[in-house]
Design a protein around this ligand. Structure first.
Ligand SMILES: Nc1nc2c(ncn2[C@@H]2O[C@H](COP(=O)(O)OP(=O)(O)OP(=O)(O)O)[C@@H](O)[C@H]2O)c(=O)[nH]1
Length: 734
């Protein structure tokens, strides 16, 4: 059997991120993407007016941050929108300068050329590096003047994200349009910052409208201003429904201090109403752009968006931002020191790291090693026919084939075909140049696994992720009801070893729940159901009606993959567009059976009819089909299936009878008893549920002489009595 087709491009030592060397030194050298360009910045922070050496925070506060914690960001805008002032505030709040510079006084950090200071404008791109909440940010302040567009373009080529600064009283100005197009050309994800909210004439709504109209982009409103122009006081965070107010105790107005407070019905009824409406609109907007988020919203939160936690919104905002489907919009006043810290948070939360900007099918090999038992020797290259190890692959799992490019895989396939002289046409497809992957047996045991504290959950997730890629027979899933992490493995020992490795190799103490059997479910007769889903999300109406039938379908080899059939009256065009969505819906319904929530098998589905309102999303079709399948399954007579194991016990003759007697009590059936030299080999089958702790019992029965092997044979129907006992036990009745 061939594994899933996955191809990766392997690039050796590809430099895809922006490396900033010795940023604090006199002539900082910036190594740009692909080592193509070099920009020399004549800049000495330590000689700035008002800044003495000790004022500058060490850039080593995060040593070698992981690539996921790096942000290479540009700051771009029309002339005078306030980039330099914003950058100055950023450096101040992140601790790299102790006093605030002012473009009007000519003492900012980034405008360091004499001409820049004299004219109060930015000409050359200046790069600064700072750390913010565990992230390393390399930020380039680009010129806003139309004469220096080339400089902007030079920067954009190497940036992974950008902040576009606007004058909130002017909205989108000419140069912003030009820079925006350049950023489009280089596919740079962006965040908008509506600056100068304190200025007379500042208008949040006007600026948003002009972003929508002129930049032809979808603004994601993440904040609302509290007051405008002279009345500008602070912000409402729409995601968390909190108000953010700067300088609460007003002995200092440098903006370092601010408070975040939840909006309440008593203190801020108007703001709370506005924030709730804006949050609901934001949720609808993101659901329209991101299927994963739409699934979440439609599944759990459609009745009440207030229940959707902020933690679920952040990753979705990030995804649509990185995919450039929409642009988060924040606001503030750099000059009046308001709104900069949330902007910094947004940069780290929503803009991509260098590795996220590379091709999604790109995998980097950092080192090649030759194995000598437990010693490894690093080698520069490897020729065909050899075996070596590599480290650091992030997206590859056991069983995948890695190729340097589609073209090289095709060429290799053709060459192989020529040599063998018998390749058929089908085999000249790239996909056929795959090594046979590993056949992964279905896990039969599962148990919950928990870290010692919630804070350790990410470490546990990381460990499980790595272990799963190494060992595809280990499966990890989340229990949709309890939210617990579930480990599924091949046996007691397998799960024990995994648990032990998590402790030793990843340093996470874990707690395992009791080991449980992975049952399956099926139905005994056919049943029909109809379901309709009618939702309006944003401006779109999604309306779908499905009618389908489920029926028992036993194949020679039972498996969970559903058999799907379509009634003849379903139009071919409809199927072409929605087949995948329908099948995804059926698959997801099969994952949780109607009796105990175990996977469903041996059931065929016939889609009898499908009617759709034009524009209905595929996610809605999936959701409706899934719900309808579950409804139909629930109506049928149901049956639990239990794993039946092939068993071989090797035992000396004197213990044979006690082993057989014990197996009889375990609902075992014996097929034959073979003789192997002095030993007897008992071959039979037994339900897995009866084999918990069998190794200890067998050891006692045979004084430690017998051994046994177990392997999944099939899933068989439980008899009614055992099934009822199991159902009662599961429902807490026994
Ligand atoms: N009222 C108000 N004025 C601001 C704000 N931010 C910047 N300014 C003023 O706007 C003018 C331009 O600010 P800069 O920070 O130099 O703008 P820039 O975008 O870097 O300009 P270039 O480098 O020339 O492209 C200066 O006079 C600032 O004091 C703000 O939030 N509110």
């Amino acid at each position: 059997m061939l594994t899933k087709i996955r191809k990766f491009i392997v690039t050796h030592q590809k430099v895809s991120s922006l490396h900033l060397d010795h940023m604090c030194s006199c002539r900082s050298r910036v190594l740009l993407k692909g080592l193509i360009s070099r920009v020399f910045l004549g800049r000495n922070y330590n000689s700035l007016p008002g800044i003495i050496e000790n004022d500058v925070k060490s850039l080593r506060s995060i040593i070698n941050p992981p690539i996921s914690k790096i942000r290479n960001i540009g700051i771009m805008a029309h002339i005078d929108a306030g980039k330099t002032t914003t950058t100055e505030r950023i450096l101040y709040y992140s601790g790299y300068i102790r006093s605030l510079g002012d473009v009007d006084d000519g003492d900012t950090v980034t405008d360091f050329m004499a001409q820049e200071r004299e004219r109060g404008i930015t000409i050359q791109s200046a790069a600064v590096t700072f750390d913010w909440k565990g992230y390393r940010v390399n930020l380039i302040d680009t010129p806003g003047h139309v004469d220096f567009t080339l400089e902007v373009e030079r920067c954009l080529r190497v940036l992974d994200g950008a902040v576009a600064v606007f004058d909130a009283s002017a909205g989108v100005e000419a140069q912003t349009l030009t820079v925006w197009r350049q950023a489009d050309k280089h596919s740079v994800p962006r965040i908008c910052f509506l600056n100068k909210m304190d200025k007379t004439g500042a208008s949040f709504n006007y600026a948003i409208e002009s972003i929508r109209e002129k930049l032809k982009t979808k603004p994601l409103l993440l904040q609302l201003p509290i007051g405008e122009a002279k009345a500008f006081k602070g912000l409402v965070d729409i995601v968390t429904k909190e108000k953010v107010i700067w300088n609460p105790v007003s002995n200092s107005n440098d903006g370092k201090h601010f408070v975040r407070e939840p909006l309440t019905e008593i203190n801020d009824p108007e703001l709370l109403k506005e924030a709730t409406e804006a949050r609901n609109a934001l949720i609808e907007q993101i659901a329209d752009l991101d299927d994963e988020f739409a699934d979440l919203v439609l599944g759990e939160f459609i009745e009440n968006f207030d229940l959707l936690p902020s933690e679920k919104l952040y990753p979705a905002i990030r995804r649509v931002t990185v995919a450039q489907k929409a642009v988060p919009v924040l606001c503030g006043s750099a000059l009046k020191n308001k709104g900069i810290q949330p902007l910094l948070d947004a940069i780290t939360m929503y803009l991509p790291s260098p590795d996220e900007r590379s091709d999604e099918f790109l995998e980097r090999i950092s080192r090649l090693l030759l194995p000598f038992a437990d010693q490894h020797i690093e080698i520069p290259s490897l020729t065909a026919g050899n075996i070596a190890l590599t480290v650091g692959l992030k997206q590859t799992s056991t069983g995948d084939t890695i190729v340097s490019s589609k073209a090289s895989a095709l060429a290799a396939t053709r060459r192989a075909g020529k040599n063998e002289g018998k390749m058929d046409r089908k085999n000249t497809e790239t996909g056929s140049f795959l090594l046979a992957g590993v056949e992964i047996p279905e896990p039969v045991f599962f148990c919950t696994i928990e870290p010692p504290s919630v804070a350790k959950q990410p470490e546990l997730d990381r460990a499980l992720n790595c272990l799963q890629r190494e060992d595809p027979s280990l499966k990890v899933r989340l229990d949709p009801d309890s939210g617990q992490t579930i480990l599924c493995g091949m046996g007691e020992l397998h799960i024990e070893i995994i648990n032990d490795r998590i402790k030793r190799e990843y340093g996470v103490e874990t707690f395992l729940g009791p080991l449980q059997i992975a049952y399956r479910e099926t139905i005994l007769n056919s049943s029909r159901a109809t379901d309709t889903l009618d939702r309006t999300l944003g401006e779109k109406r999604h309306l779908v009606t499905v009618e389908l039938e489920v029926r028992p379908f036993v194949k020679e080899k039972s498996e969970v993959t559903p058999i799907i059939e379509y009634a003849e009256n379903i139009k071919e065009e409809l199927l072409q567009e929605f087949r995948e969505a329908i099948e995804n819906g059926i698959h997801s319904a099969y994952l949780q059976g109607p009796l105990l929530g175990f996977p469903v098998q041996d059931v065929a589905v016939t889609l009898c009819s499908l009617t759709l309102h034009p524009g209905t999303s595929t996610t809605m079709v999936s959701a409706c089909v899934s719900r309808c399948v579950q409804k139909a399954l629930k109506k049928a007579d149901k049956q639990v299936l239990e794993p039946l194991m092939n068993l071989e016990v090797t035992v000396t003759g004197d213990y044979l009878s006690s082993v057989l007697a014990d197996l009889a009590q375990r609902r075992g059936s014996i097929q034959e008893i073979q003789s192997r030299q002095d030993n007897r080999v008992v071959v039979g089958s037994v339900p897995l549920a009866e084999m918990m702790g069998y190794s200890t019992v067998l050891r006692t029965l045979s004084s430690g002489t017998a051994t046994f092997a177990l392997e999944l044979s099939t899933y068989q129907a439980m008899n009614l009595q055992d099934q009822n006992a199991l159902l009662n036990q599961r429902r807490g009745l026994a």
